[in-house]
Design a protein around this ligand. Sequence first.
Ligand SMILES: Cc1cc2nc3c(=O)[nH]c(=O)nc-3n(C[C@H](O)[C@H](O)[C@H](O)COP(=O)(O)O)c2cc1C
Length: 325
Amino acid sequence: MKTRITDLFGIEHPILQGGMHFVGLAEMAAAVSNAGGLGIITGLTQRTPDDLAKEIARCKDMTDKPFGVNLTFLPSVTPPDYPGYIKAIIESGVKAVETAGNNPAKYLPALKEAGIKVIHKCTSVRHSLKAEAIGCDAVSVDGFECGGHPGEDDVPNFVLLPRAAEELKIPFVASGGVANGRQLVAALALGAEGINMGTRFIATQEAPVHHNVKQAIVDASELDTRLVMRPLRNTERVLNNAAVERLLEKEKALGANLKFEDIIGEVAGVYPIIMQKGEMDAGAWSCGMVAGLIHDIPTCKELIDGIMAEADALIRQRLAAFATA
Ligand SMILES: Cc1cc2nc3c(=O)[nH]c(=O)nc-3n(C[C@H](O)[C@H](O)[C@H](O)COP(=O)(O)O)c2cc1C
């Protein structure tokens, strides 16, 4: 399939793997890229810019295909060495960057000068328009369904995507809630030129996480996620577990007085314990409602080929039949 997104990133299929903390390692990105999508290494999972450079080099050993790096700009008291990470990305020769969180304007000139295509992840039309205005090449429009941070507007993709289509000139992908070919076709109909998936890619053979994480996603239904940290205006969609229930109890009890320190035990530093050790109740971890549509643990190639075959059949048969009826 050819779209402005496949052209932009030089990939075969319009399928991106969103950055995921402690999931987006070289193995994940290489598997997605080798299957014809765009794999993404999560920059901040690497402790230093030097570690990121090494992770990119490791990925290059595993694939000749294009892959990207995610850089998430979070509000923080002691921010990571963003200029160092940007330098590592540019010097590595990677040609695609997924930015997320705060406005990436400060770093765009350097990235563009290096010929890097930038896709910014946004949860609203106004942020998407801002991304377009500052010179991003594309937007990943992340609906309320998404795993991770859906923002505070709560607009699901059935409205958000066609709204983005009304306003944006640059291409965009549908992010959040996507797992199959049916949804790829829907996303294309709603104006997107591809899809970005997070949760679905965790439940694959190559995802470098403990089997318990993959099984938890397969076992979960679309009713099993919760929104946490809403009182802090840092809402995150996570899979429900004992730690999340404890966290929500604290949110309820403390109301508007809740501070980050009150929930630090449930959210800080929990990713390695969950993703690598498979201790599923160790804390809150991002997971999308799309878990309800995930029933197996295929290879990335089986997953992507399956999505493309399903989409192709739907377009040629089901939709074509409606068009002529
Ligand atoms: C476990 C997990 C960790 C994530 N970590 C990040 C991250 O560090 N930076 C980021 O920009 N997005 C992150 N995301 C969001 C994904 O890149 C993607 O936008 C989201 O998962 C899409 O929704 P879906 O899970 O319904 O496919 C994460 C998502 C998950 C599930």
